[in-house]
Write a protein that binds this ligand. Structure first.
Ligand code: ASP
Length: 579
């Protein structure tokens, strides 16, 4: 409502946001999803209505009839859309009362998350959550329209499916009719979307709910939402371009204040990303590249470095401009950050005008070696160069986390940027540290870039896979898929899945590949994470209406909960009491 409505007779319904009693005259800010409007009740004119207004408290639900008028001179509120007007109440009906809410709706005060989740329906009345839900709706609608325009159709895939673990643990649903058997909840529609390609639906998408029974590390939810996409007769570039265009449009529409760092999005291989930024989801809002000095360190007399290099490891160096002024304490703190990813330590040298200062490790290097390092890192007087020596992944990731920490510390991150990029060419498999057993890095349906690798050297095979990253967060990932039975069989062999198990778990996929499966590929976005980043929120719970807490509990509903014995019996389920 605005001053255009002055003179209108109106009927309004909503919640009491605030109530102020100005010695006789009562003011109420009435709230609904669309905003606030000031209601006035005046004892002189409409006594009956006014008497009722006396009983009204915060969060009561009211129906009001009255006339819109301009607020008196000097009382307009420029921060409110309806700030110039008010409604003079003629009739009031209390539709419902309210207990005093567990926290205030009318203020953006910090409230403990446990309380917010227990009374989520009240939390959702607050501006922050309401706006997040509206943003989520608008983004989802934009995505649906975009996909529709691009000729995709949304197909719903089932929630009760067959147990065929692809990586994470699945939720089980016992069958009542077939005692002792189970459905599982899908961890993604992966196999079904591929089967839709076999069904000749060459452009599929779905806003799909996924379920993973994982330990609640970090910012995860047992159920979450993906934008799931699959296309036939495509190569990785087709999938990437379609998604890139949508991400650019979403950014322009919903975060016009953000500058996209680079379009087309930069594309790095996994190796490049790890080598340069020490992460397969690098934050490229800032530069701070990592250098490889393995070849130089190889000849030094520092035993730790030498041993690592001899054992096939690498030495990574990070030059920090002006880092020469870091204190001992600051350097130690960065050392602890490196250790989180397994580095044994963080060595360093300080760069001076003509060489480096004497530090614990500088003395193990010849002058020309030090110069080579300084040159490689493009360091100059006043800089510091950090070193980590370890196996490739450990060295890269440790240095990557130091890089991120340094950026925070030196305020190098430009908060106005949305820095997207693609990372591709991941390894197909990773080996278990203890058993050496290979598992799929993406999932077992991902095609190898070169099928010959599967025969010759599966350990180093490259996957036809790609991830899209925003400001250091993986927001989507996908791959070109295997569409031939024999290639799929080979991957299952490499993964050590027996023929019997392949038949039992993936027989339907293997068979489908024999009925004219087209070449295909796709991607899935973590929709919650994307909306979280667009909403500037710190975790995905803030953009989910009714999330679980960090221990996988629904504090409002009280789930999970025990079930009555009879119900369990019907399901042929027996509960083993935990000791
Ligand atoms: N289904 C995969 C996932 O959930 C994504 C994909 O390959 O499309 O991670």
């Amino acid at each position: 409502m605005s001053d255009k409505n002055v003179g209108d007779k109106v009927v309004l319904a909503g919640w009491v946001h605030r109530r102020r009693d100005h010695g006789g005259v009562v003011f109420i800010d009435l709230r609904d999803r669309y905003g606030l409007v000031q209601i006035v009740s005046d004892p002189e004119n409409f006594k009956e209505a006014h008497d009722l207004m006396d009983e009204v408290r915060s969060e009561f639900v009211l129906k009001i009839e009255g006339k819109v008028r301009l607020r008196p001179e000097g009382q307009a509120n420029p921060n409110m859309v309806s700030g110039k007007i008010e409604v003079l109440t003629e009739k009031v009906e209390i539709l419902n009362t309210s207990k005093t809410p567990p926290f205030e709706v009318d203020q953006d005060k910090e409230v403990g998350e446990e309380l917010r989740l227990k009374y989520r329906y009240i939390d959702l009345r607050r501006d922050r959550m309401k706006n997040n839900m509206i943003l989520r709706h608008n983004m989802t609608k934009y995505i649906r329209d975009y996909m529709d325009n691009e000729n995709f159709i949304e197909v719903e895939t089932p929630i009760l499916i067959k147990g065929t673990p692809e990586g994470s643990r699945e939720y089980l649903v016992p069958s009542r009719i077939y005692g002792g058997t189970f459905y599982v909840l899908p961890q993604s529609p992966q196999q079904l979307k591929q089967l839709l390609m076999v069904a000749s639906f060459d452009k599929y998408f779905q806003i799909a709910r996924c379920f993973r029974d994982e330990d609640q590390r970090g910012d995860r939810q047992p159920e979450f939402t993906q934008l799931d996409v699959e296309m036939s007769f495509v190569e990785e570039n087709d999938v990437m371009k379609l998604n890139e265009k949508l991400l650019i449009e979403l950014t322009k529409k919903f975060r016009p204040d953000k500058k996209i760092k680079e379009t087309p999005f930069p594309v790095l291989t996994y190796d490049e990303a790890m080598n340069l930024y020490g992460s397969d989801r690098p934050d490229i809002r800032f530069d701070l590249p990592i250098s490889d000095v393995t070849d130089i360190a190889e000849g030094c007399s520092f035993e730790v470095f030498k041993k690592v290099v001899e054992g096939g490891g690498v030495v990574k160096a990070l030059r920090v401009e002006g880092g020469g002024k870091f204190t001992r304490k600051e350097i130690d703190e960065l050392g602890s950050v490196a250790k989180v990813f397994g580095a044994r330590g963080l060595a360093y040298v300080m760069v001076e005008k003509d060489g480096v200062k004497e530090t614990a490790i500088a003395k193990f290097f010849e002058k020309d070696e030090l110069k080579a390092i300084v040159d490689r890192c493009e360091a100059k007087d006043g800089d510091i160069i950090f070193f980590v020596a370890d196996k490739f992944t450990t060295a890269c990731e440790s240095m990557g986390s130091v890089r991120q920490e340094v950026a925070k510390k030196l305020d190098l991150i430009d908060e106005n940027l949305f820095a997207y990029l693609w990372v591709k060419d991941f390894p197909m498999f990773e080996a278990d540290k203890e058993t050496g057993k290979l598992s799929a890095v993406h999932h077992p349906f991902t095609a190898p870039k070169d099928p010959k690798d599967l025969e010759e050297s599966p350990e180093t095979a490259i996957a036809y896979a790609y991830d899209v990253i925003l400001n250091g967060n993986e927001i989507g990932g996908g791959s070109i898929r295997i569409h031939e039975r024999k290639v799929q069989k080979k991957v299952f062999d490499i993964l050590g899945i027996t023929d019997e198990d392949v038949e039992r778990r993936f027989g339907h996929m293997m068979e489908a590949f024999e009925f004219g499966a087209p070449p295909h590929g796709g991607i899935a976005w973590g929709l919650d994470r994307l909306v979280m980043l667009f909403a500037d929120e710190p975790n995905i719970r803030e953009v989910i209406a009714f999330p679980k807490d960090q221990k996988a509990k629904d504090l409002m509903l009280g789930a999970p909960s025990p079930m009555p014995k009879e119900q369990l019996e019907e399901l042929h389920v027996k509960v083993i009491e935990e000791k």
